[in-house]
Design a protein around this ligand. Sequence first.
Ligand SMILES: NC(=O)c1ccc[n+]([C@@H]2O[C@H](COP(=O)([O-])OP(=O)(O)OC[C@H]3O[C@@H](n4cnc5c(N)ncnc54)[C@H](OP(=O)(O)O)[C@@H]3O)[C@@H](O)[C@H]2O)c1
Length: 316
Amino acid sequence: MEYVELGWSDLKVSRIGLGTWQFSEAWGLTEYEKAKQVISKAVEVGINFFDTAMVYGRGMSETFLGRAFKELGVKREDVVIATKIPGEFLQPDDVFKAVDRSLKRLGVSYIDLLQIHHPPTHHNFPTSKYARALERLVVQGVVRYLGVSNYPIALVEDLRTSMSITDIVSMQYRFNLVERWAEEELIPYAEANDLAFIPWSPLAKGALSGKYTLENIGELKDLRANDPVFNEENFKKILPLVNLLREIASKYGKTPSQVVLNWLVNYSPAIIPIPGAKTPEQVEENAGSVGWRLSYEDWRAIDELSRSIRITYVVW
Ligand SMILES: NC(=O)c1ccc[n+]([C@@H]2O[C@H](COP(=O)([O-])OP(=O)(O)OC[C@H]3O[C@@H](n4cnc5c(N)ncnc54)[C@H](OP(=O)(O)O)[C@@H]3O)[C@@H](O)[C@H]2O)c1
C-alpha cells in the first residue's frame, strides 16, 4: 500500500481508503460479522483511511467500525477515521450533540476528520455560527481536522472565511469516469489550496467493475435500483468504456476496478479514493489498484473515451 498526506495535514493515509456506506440498509450489508470481515481485510492489506458518516444506517456504519477496531485490536493511532455530520445537524448546539453521539458509536475519544456531509440547504443555519462550533471541537481536541463534502465553491469560500483558527483539509464529492463534473471547478480548487480531494462513488457504484450488464442491472435490489448510472439509457452509454477497461486490465493482469482506481490516483496527487466494498475479496482487489501504473497511452485512451460519455439524470 502507498501512503500520502491528507491535504496540508500531518495525517498519513493509505492511497486507497475504505468507504463504509455499505454497512447500511441502503446497500444491504447489515450483518456485523460480514462487515467485520471487510474491515479486517482492509486493515490486513494496509488500508488505514476509513470513511463513514453519522447517517449511514443511522449510526450502524460508525458502530460497526468502532466495534470491529476494538475486537480486532486495532490501535487508535493506527487508523484515520473520517466521519460526516449532516447539514441538518448544524445548529451550534446540535453540532456538539451529534459529535458526542458519533464518538460514542465509534468508541473513540477523537475523530481524525469531521466532514460536513452537505450544506444545510433546507435550513437557515448561518455558516459563521456552525463554523465557530466546529472550530471549538478542534480546540477541544475531539476533532483533529475539518473537511467538506458536496459543497459548492462559493460556500467553501464562505466557510473558510468564517473560520478563525484552522482551515478545512479536504473536499469530498462524486467523481468517477462517467461522472466527471468535479473536474470543472472542485478538483482544481483542491489542488490549488493543498486540500485532499476525496472522490465518492469512484467505481460508479460498481457499474465500472465489469460485472454488470444490461441483462442483470434490473436485478439490483439496493439503492442502485434508482441510481441514474444503472438506468438502461445511461448504462448503454458506458458499456464501451467498460469493454475498454476490461481490455486494458487484461494487458496488466489487473481487473477493471483496479484500472479505474489506478486511473483516478494518477489523475491528481490530491485524489484519495474511498471505494466501498461488500466482501473481503473486493477490499483486497481495490487495495491492489496501487503499486503499479497505467502507461500514459492507456491512461489517455481511458480519459478520451470517458470524456465522450454524457449520462443524464433525467431518467423519469
Ligand atoms: N459524501 C457523500 O455524499 C458520499 C456519497 C456516496 C458515497 N460516499 C462514500 O464513498 C464511498 C464509496 O462510494 P459508493 O459506495 O457510493 O460507490 P463505489 O465505491 O463506487 O462502489 C462500491 C460498490 O461497488 C462494488 N465493488 C466494490 N469493489 C469492487 C470490486 N473490486 N469488484 C467488483 N465490484 C466492486 C460493490 O458493490 P456490489 O458488490 O454489490 O456490486 C460496492 O458496494 C461510500 O462507501 C461512502 O463512504 C460519500
